[in-house]
Design a protein around this ligand. Structure first.
Ligand SMILES: [Fe+2]
Ligand SMILES: [Fe+2]
Length: 135
């Protein structure tokens, strides 16, 4: 089973954002599968690098959307993006410097890393988008 399963309730209603969320979930899941496969550390690090690249452009997309739509919680959302970029950098550094990979801990860190922001800040985008349509 994948680490994170896409669910319809995750949809923000902003099509570009939803598409990228699904891509990001696929990337996080591929790291998860590599762990089960006892893939090399280099492969895992490369995949974490892909996540970093994709998430950076994803955040830029969301931030553009928030600016264009006068989103009311822009600052806090953007700050959380910055924190997440630091966190994925830290996760990658920890994998790079570890002698022995703690797979269980890495799985948990990755799923928390993605889902906490996703279920709070990104879910709020959905509420905002929906309320806009009804005003
Ligand atoms: Fe997002
Ligand atoms: Fe976000």
């Amino acid at each position: 089973m994948a680490l994170i399963e896409w669910r319809e309730e995750y949809s923000t209603g902003i099509s570009g954002v939803d598409f990228e969320h699904q891509e990001l979930i696929a990337l996080v899941n591929s790291v998860y599968e590599m762990l089960g496969d006892s893939s090399s550390k280099t492969n895992i690090i490369n995949c974490l690098g892909d996540i970093y690249g994709s998430i950076s452009s994803h955040f830029a997309l969301e931030e553009r959307w928030m600016e264009q739509n006068d989103y009311d919680d822009y600052k806090a959302h953007r700050e959380d993006h910055e924190r997440l970029l630091d966190d994925i950098g830290d996760i990658t550094d920890d994998v790079e410097t570890s002698h022995e990979l703690n797979e269980e801990q890495l799985r948990e860190r990755l799923s928390n890393w993605f889902l906490n922001h996703f279920k709070t800040h990104d879910a709020r985008l959905h509420q905002f988008e929906t309320s806009k349509k009804h005003t």
